[in-house]
Design a protein around this ligand. Sequence first.
Ligand code: ZN
Length: 140
Amino acid sequence: MKIISNEIDLKTSKRLEIIDISSKVGEIVKFTGIKNGMINIFTRHSTSAIVINENETGLVKDFENLLKKIVPENSDYAHNVIDNNADSHLRSFLLGGSQSIPVIGGQMDLGTWQSIFFVELDGPRSRKVKITVIGQYLRY
Ligand code: ZN
């Protein structure tokens, strides 16, 4: 069994931004040569998230609006006395910082309508997404 780590560097441009990283992650899986196993996509930042869903423009806009509705930008947050970004952390708490996907036949076994998104919740910033591929080279 092999374990290969890699990293994706992102430069985000908005405070709240939903970025499809599926093709970048797919390239890494291909590059590792691992045929069967598992991939983990992990954000190293507590004001961002990794989610899987459909990349449809209207739906992505709906998701942004939902985040703004359930965690408003300005409220009486205790954390705001530290660095004024409690809403970013709270949105991250709700969404989670990593996702794992099976790798089968050298490819991520995503559903037809599934994409992997990096969710920027306190941009614009430089971000690092950690990719770990665990598996074996041969099919079984
Ligand atoms: Zn903070």
